[in-house]
Design a protein. Structure first.
Lengths: 150, 141
């Protein structure tokens, strides 16, 4: 049941991306293209996706997180990191460059895969390689840091 | 390529993304960050939630089938980047999202909804570098 509902969750997310026009990289890039404002071809749609997404999530989290535990889990697994360290600056900076180059980020890339285009397949394969590299490179620092934390 | 400004559709689509984030929190108690969900499918694995994550990813990939069945066709998808640019972009998006613990959904939607200062910093940084990248490639190159 839990697996089926997570499939449904992905389906709702992907449908949201499609309805919002965010599975179309041209629309994403036209939002990021502030230089197009004078020409009148800037497309502010992505800001409305953010507003709709944040409004519903903020309201929903407010209700859900009052409960003792999730339906299928033992506890709510919320991020605990609060430090504004180098990683939270460097990671998103790198991510943003890639996002600006192709207009694709992880969610839309996966939904774009469902269109069956070769371009989205190439992007997703490279994205998985990048994710794997970051996981591997991120590990040693954690192992070295552990004894110091003790 | 010019695209049409779609405030209502984008607001509704954003709302559906938010609904799915609330669903995952209510059901599994987890953040709906796609970078985090996808990267945790890669080894090394740290918990036993693999099947659920795979199911969510399958839902994302199969959404166009549902959409096409209901709407009678797919919306536009214009990927203008060439092969080598797609590879570079994919590597940067994948690496950066894992290094920074989140992407547009994890930090931009879920993190901001939790009023996380860390996610606000991350969102402002990736918006800024993406805007600069588009400016350079479209107006300076």
């Amino acid at each position: 049941m839990s697996i089926l509902l997570q499939f449904l969750t992905g389906l709702v997310f992907g449908t949201g991306l499609l309805v919002a026009g965010m599975a179309d990289p041209a629309k994403v890039l036209n939002f990021l293209d502030l230089g197009a404002i004078p020409a009148g071809t800037w497309d502010p749609s992505l800001a409305f996706v953010m507003i709709g997404g944040i409004a519903v999530t903020w309201l929903g989290y407010g209700i859900v997180l009052k409960r003792a535990r999730p339906v299928f889990g033992r506890r709510f697994d919320l991020p605990t990191a609060t430090a504004i360290d180098r990683r939270i600056l460097v990671g998103p900076a790198i991510f943003g460059i890639g996002w600006g180059l192709a207009g694709l980020c992880p969610g839309p890339a996966l939904t774009a895969l469902g269109f069956g285009s070769l371009a989205s397949l190439i992007f997703t394969a490279a994205m998985l390689a990048g994710m794997f590299a970051a996981k591997i490179l991120g590990e040693p620092t954690r192992r070295v840091a552990a004894p110091e934390a003790l | 390529m010019a695209t049409e400004f779609t405030p209502i559709a984008s607001l509704i689509g954003g709302g559906l993304i938010g609904l799915s984030a609330v669903m995952l929190m209510a059901l599994e108690g987890r953040i709906a960050g796609i970078a985090g969900i996808l990267s945790r499918l890669l080894p090394p694995h740290r918990d036993g939630a693999f099947a659920g994550r795979l199911a969510l990813v399958a839902g994302l990939v199969m959404a166009p089938l549902l959409y096409a069945a209901v709407a009678g066709g797919l919306p536009a998808q214009r990927i203008e980047a060439s092969g080598i640019v797609l590879v570079a972009a994919g590597l940067l998006v994948g690496f950066g999202s894992v290094w920074g613990n989140g992407c547009t959904s994890g930090h931009g939607i879920c993190g901001l909804s939790r009023l996380s200062p860390r996610s606000l910093v991350a969102t402002l940084v990736f918006m800024a570098t993406a805007i600069v990248t588009v400016f350079v490639t479209r107006h300076l190159w």
